[in-house]
Design a protein around this ligand. Sequence first.
Ligand SMILES: C[S@@+](CC[C@H](N)C(=O)[O-])C[C@H]1O[C@@H](n2cnc3c(N)ncnc32)[C@H](O)[C@@H]1O
Length: 241
Amino acid sequence: MIFSFFLLTFAISTSYSIFLDIKMAKRKLQRFADNLNDPYILDRNKPLFEQIKGRWNEAFFQNPYPITLELACGAGEYTVGLAQKFPERNFVGIDLKGDRLWKGARNAEALGLKNVAFLRIQIQHLTNFFAQNEVSEIWIVFPDPQPRAKKEKLRLTNPRFLELYKQVIQNQAFIKLKTDNTQLFEYTLEVLKEQKIEHWEGTNHLYESSFLGEHFGIQTKYEKMFMAKGLNIKYLKFKIC
Ligand SMILES: C[S@@+](CC[C@H](N)C(=O)[O-])C[C@H]1O[C@@H](n2cnc3c(N)ncnc32)[C@H](O)[C@@H]1O
């Protein structure tokens, strides 16, 4: 009797989780289809995708304003939040997950923003999409910390990535990292030291620091999750050239 009860409970919960998986997969497919016609999203199936490098101002934004990137943007909370705050700057959120970019695009659309774009690429390919000096600021917001030594090369503050950023960012422009992860924060400080990058500032407790005002109250989905767990948010800003 007890065994049958457990069996029934197991069958119901398994069917329910399969039902949820299917629902989620369908929603993702719908979002990918929507992205094909979304004016905010640049993806490989759009004509501009192959020709955007060096032409963001003229071909996408149709204005001369400086361009900020948000890397690993997820749903692009910084892209949308900063775009609202700074109408005379342009913002490009970059991530490889199309369903998250869809969300960011919907938020930008709801606010009628004209200075927002989302680019679906692997950040490793950044230099195929931006020319030298085309970028005036980079935010890296709660990137995957990639704690395993084997995956060090995937950390977005690895020297390999810094080299890519150097190829697109203007002289004296800031790269800004926000993370909950102590290991990634310390790793980045170590990289800056090894690379002899002297111009940096930061804090391991953003919410108790004088840097908080630079964030304009913007919080991302992951930030809210980490804060609910009681984790300190760390912040670093540095110049690589
Ligand atoms: C932890 S989530 C953070 C999302 C968002 N910034 C936030 O704070 O809510 C990390 C994001 O980085 C993206 N990502 C990780 N590695 C990437 C890469 N090499 N190229 C593009 N996106 C990447 C993932 O798809 C994911 O959306």
